[in-house]
Ligand binder design. Structure first.
Ligand code: ADP
Ligand code: MG
Length: 632
């Protein structure tokens, strides 16, 4: 049994070593945050004890006043943070303080550059945590006993924050953890009551249980008689009324619940009364965690029932596409012994989920309206995730669509984006559709021949180049009663945007080029679905359109990448009757040259659409042959 094990020395997991190094060197300018992190852990430990005590009252034993104590010894140069929370067993200590279990950590750490400024930006994405103690301490001792283990199965973990730690079974009468920091010679100033009080009120005032410091002595020289003084407000922040909570308190509380290092972008704090009673405090982070796209990454809210902590990462309260939201929900209706299984089935959860989803969408809407810079930041960080919304949340499709942002032909570059509402506001007279084009990259779509006619007529087209976009658009059919139209798809009909003369001219051209079209069909044969005269082009000789029901390039790539069968479909080859090359083709009498030029034009159109050619060498040969003939 591990309890009988004597002292042993173990190595940190490689990732921990890297993280320790990074922590000490890049967070030095904000070193006092170590206290916030240790208090945050103590507060979590007390929350967990309270929860386990619901089913095992004996855990509270004769020590039911839950609290955190911070004390110091100027002479010994130590600072101690002590809680009477859940504590840790020997195995838990080794796992929690010797390894990092988050998936993707090694990957994340490999991105570090060694540039302290850049790396300190990255560390925020990771969360700071326990190891921040080593910013100010050159040795940390953790005395801890799990609440359900006997006194002689406590543990002492001790490390200098270099490559290894010692671990030893000890006797500890009180449950919980005592963290002793041996302050670095340069950091002994932290062993000071006034300094500690300032830091605690700055960072940890929101903590919902008392944080105590030794009571100040009345007169110089008088011994402190083991008396303690509460220095924080000690009421759960979300239970207070909105008007009472200061902005900074909201921010600090966020760092505690989200295990984040940075301020949040926005939050929404609400109390709901009536049929259901609950309080929620939801935050939009400013930065994506490094594991946003890892399937096992932690997500969900901290769940409390009547102020008692129940679980972390309760992911039943928000849809997946809002998984970046952090915060707390405190319910009066759920039972204290609610479990994940029960949450999954409880109809109460469903109505809370839809209400909380609305809250988040409203908060984002408000952000978008009030402050474009913050919203832009949000969009850059989480826009891709929000795009999963329309497929997951049918009921809020329109609301989500309103939050989406797109690059557009109306803007100079892909950093500038427009909303659908803005698009509609500046639609042309007679326009009743929202036009868009999807593709591989901004450069590709921006210069796509598909845009020629739109440019000529001054009609705005949205440019969609995220991998998920084509899939997204398969769920969005309309916004504000305006239908979406993929400009590369089907037989482009601009409706009343084309004048009667335009239409007449198109018909005449189609008639005039009938012979050429037949000839092209013969030559291109099984490569194309159809050949026709284009209404899309003003400058390019030819273009490929996608059939109305066919999958576009992105969807094909997604299917192929996931190993699925990609359904066969052929493009429609459209020609620009007024282009000199097409005119040349029309009068070409040599069959071989006709075929050569036809294939070159066809391949060029495929390239412009972002396709790769099946036989690029053949294309190059044909093109070179034509070039030589031209220069001969
Ligand atoms: P995080 O708090 O984000 O999980 P930390 O690095 O701050 O990460 O802490 C690592 C883990 O160590 C915690 O998740 C917890 O399991 C454990 N731990 C830290 N401090 C305490 C404590 N005072 N009491 C009990 N467990 C603790
Ligand atoms: Mg922590």
């Amino acid at each position: 049994m591990s309890a009988t094990k004597a002292k042993e020395t173990l190595g940190f997991q490689t990732e921990v070593k890297q993280l320790l190094h990074l922590m000490i060197h890049s967070l030095y300018s904000n070193k006092e945050i170590f206290l916030r992190e240790l208090i945050s852990n103590a507060s979590d430990a007390v929350d967990k004890l309270r929860f386990e005590a619901l089913s095992n009252g004996a855990l509270l034993a004769n020590d039911s006043e839950l609290r955190i104590r911070v004390s110091f010894d100027k002479e010994a140069k130590t600072l101690t943070i002590e809680d009477n929370g859940i504590g840790m067993s020997r195995d838990e200590v080794i796992a929690n303080l010797g390894t990092i279990a988050k998936s993707g950590t090694a990957d994340f750490l490999s991105k570090l550059t060694g540039d302290q400024k850049k790396d300190s930006q990255l560390i925020g994405q990771f969360g700071v945590g326990f190891y921040s103690a080593f910013i100010v301490a050159d040795q940390v001792d953790v005395y801890t006993r799990r609440a359900d283990l006997p006194a002689d199965q406590a543990v002492l973990w001790s490390s200098k924050g270099e490559g290894e730690f010692d671990i030893e079974t000890i006797t500890k009468e009180e449950r919980g953890s005592r963290i002793v920091l041996h302050l670095k010679e340069t950091e002994v100033d932290f062993a000071d009551g006034w300094r500690l009080r300032t830091i605690i009120t700055k960072y940890s005032d929101h903590v919902g249980l008392p944080i105590e410091l030794p009571k100040e002595q009345e007169e110089e020289g008088a011994e402190a008689a083991g008396e303690w003084e509460v220095v924080n407000r000690a009421s759960a922040l979300w239970t207070r009324s909105r008007s009472e909570v200061k902005e900074d308190e909201y921010k600090e509380f966020y760092k505690h619940v989200a295990h984040d290092y940075d301020d949040p972008l926005a939050w929404s704090h609400n109390r709901v009364e009536g049929k259901l009673e609950y309080t929620s405090l939801l935050y939009v982070p400013a930065r994506a965690p490094f594991d946003l796209y890892h399937r096992e990454a932690p997500k969900g809210l901290k769940l409390y029932v009547q102020r008692v902590f129940i679980m972390d990462q309760a992911d039943q309260f928000l849809p997946l596409y809002l998984r970046f939201i952090k915060g707390v929900v405190d319910s009066n209706d759920l039972s204290l012994n609610v479990s994940r299984e029960i949450l999954q089935k409880d109809p109460v959860i469903d109505s809370m989920k839809s209400a909380l989803t609305k809250r988040v969408l409203d908060m984002l809407e408000k952000m978008a309206k009030a402050d474009t810079e913050d919203y832009q930041k949000f969009w850059d960080t989480f826009g891709q995730v929000l795009k999963e919304g329309p497929s997951e949340d049918f009921a809020n499709k329109e609301k989500i669509a309103g939050l989406l942002r797109f690059a557009s032909t109306a803007n100079e570059n892909d950093k500038q984006v427009v909303s659908l509402a803005q698009y509609i506001e500046r639609m042309k007279e007679g326009q009743d559709k929202i036009y868009y084009l999807t593709g591989e990259s901004y450069a590709q779509v921006k210069n796509s021949p598909h845009l020629e006619v739109f440019r000529k007529k001054g009609i705005e087209v949205l440019l969609l180049t995220d991998r998920i976009d084509e899939w997204l658009m398969s769920y969005l059919t309309e916004f504000d009663t305006k239908h979406f139209v993929d400009v590369a798809r089907g037989d482009l009909d601009l409706g009343t945007l084309d004048s009667a003369e335009d239409k007449q001219a198109q018909e005449q051209e189609a008639k005039a080029k009938q012979g050429l079209i037949e000839h092209l069909k013969e030559v291109l044969n099984d490569q194309v679905e159809d050949v026709r005269v284009s209404h899309r082009l003003t400058e390019s000789p030819a273009i490929l359109a996608i059939g109305e029901q066919d999958l576009g390039l992105q969807m094909r790539q997604i299917l192929a990448a996931s190993g699925q069968a990609v359904p066969e479909s052929k493009p429609i080859f459209e020609i620009n009757p007024n282009h000199p090359l097409i005119e040349k083709l029309d009068v070409e009498t040599d069959d071989e040259r006709f075929a050569s030029l036809a294939f070159v034009l066809f391949d060029q159109a495929a390239l412009a659409a972002g396709n790769t050619l099946k036989d690029p060498a053949a294309y190059v040969q044909r093109l070179n042959k034509l070039l030589i003939e031209l220069s001969a």
